[in-house]
Design a protein around this ligand. Structure first.
Ligand code: CUA
Length: 320
């Protein structure tokens, strides 16, 4: 972890350098114009101060110059366009996780981060990731809004109750970095801190492997059986609801004629508010599981339903 006081956190992800460059550009422009204006204000105040024997100039005899007007309109315009395009590019890069990224789930709750890896390994207030590979974090919250902030990676994303948000990063340096909650979330907000451990790939595989917990897909499958989801969602005589295999990542038709993407958010909504969006041709008979499933169980069920899709990677591309 970083020692002592430093003006900037270490740069430990592929975004870090890019974000800092933009930051320095903004600082540069601001300091230059701020300084210029301050110097002119002070300079003119001294030069044109009231002095005995000097008659004050009457206002209203200023110079009029179209060229000058154009100049000081065009320069700021160009500067803000540069800022806008540059920042938007960075924002978009940060918003769209690359295909094939490592997937991690993080659930915020007062006042801790609960992390789950695809092989079932869980951790609290710690996130282990491999160096040099993109990692996608899917965030949700069990109670209030939290925010997942890793300064050394220059990324921050809110974890919002009732929906999924994603963030991604690619660590460039092995080491330990701060993980903060960056959204005021109650009494112990300031203690909602943790660490991100970036490991060499071999170490990461060792850390991840040798761990024989239930994977989210297995846990989801169990829940699927436990809640007897198959009683409606299986083929054959009993089928009254859509078959779930291969649905993930596709667009489905609703009974109001609209289309909706069958993604994590949709499955989640279906589990909690089953009558919000009903697929065309099916009766509104799904019960709600609100209050019965924890965030982690919902994630597990989604992972299981996702695994029924023949090609999850292609589905993911569509989702973006
Ligand atoms: Cu969680 Cu602040």
């Amino acid at each position: 972890m970083e020692e002592g006081f430093r003006l900037f956190p270490v740069q430990a992800s592929t975004f870090a350098v890019k974000v800092d460059q933009l930051y320095w550009f903004l600082i540069g422009v601001t300091v230059f114009f701020g300084g210029l204006i301050a110097i002119l204000v002070i300079g003119f105040a001294i030069r044109y101060r009231r002095r005995p024997g000097h008659v004050a100039e009457q206002p209203g005899h200023g110079v009029e110059s179209t060229l000058l007007e154009l100049f000081w309109t065009a320069v700021p315009l160009v500067l803000v366009i540069v800022m806008f395009v540059w920042a938007s590019k960075l924002f978009l890069d940060q918003s769209i996780p690359p295909i094939g990224a490592e997937e991690v789930y993080a659930v915020g709750k007062q006042w801790m981060w609960k992390i789950q890896h695809p092989n079932g390994r869980r951790e609290i207030n710690e996130l282990h990731v491999p160096v040099g590979r993109p990692v996608k974090v899917t965030l949700s919250s069990q109670d209030v809004i939290h925010s997942f902030f890793i300064p050394a990676f220059r990324i921050k994303q809110d974890a919002v109750p009732g929906r999924y948000t994603t963030m991604w990063f690619e660590p460039t340096k092995p080491g330990e970095y701060h993980l903060f909650c960056a959204e005021y979330c109650g009494t112990d907000h300031s203690h909602m801190i943790g660490r991100v451990v970036v490991m060499e790939d071999v170490d990461y595989q060792n850390w991840l492997g040798g761990y024989t917990a239930e994977t989210p897909v297995e846990a989801g499958q169990k829940l699927f059986v436990e809640y007897d989801c198959a009683s409606c969602h299986e083929s054959g005589r009993r089928q009254r609801c859509p078959m779930l295999g291969g649905l993930y990542g596709t667009e489905i038709l609703l009974n109001n004629g609209q289309h909706v993407l069958f993604d994590e958010a949709y499955i989640r909504e279906k589990l909690l508010y089953p009558n919000a969006k009903i697929p065309a041709g099916f009766p509104p008979i799904m019960p709600t599981f609100r209050g019965q499933l924890t965030e982690e169980q919902i994630i597990a069920l989604i992972a299981y339903i996702k695994s029924l899709s023949p090609n999850p990677k292609i589905s993911e591309r569509k989702q973006q």
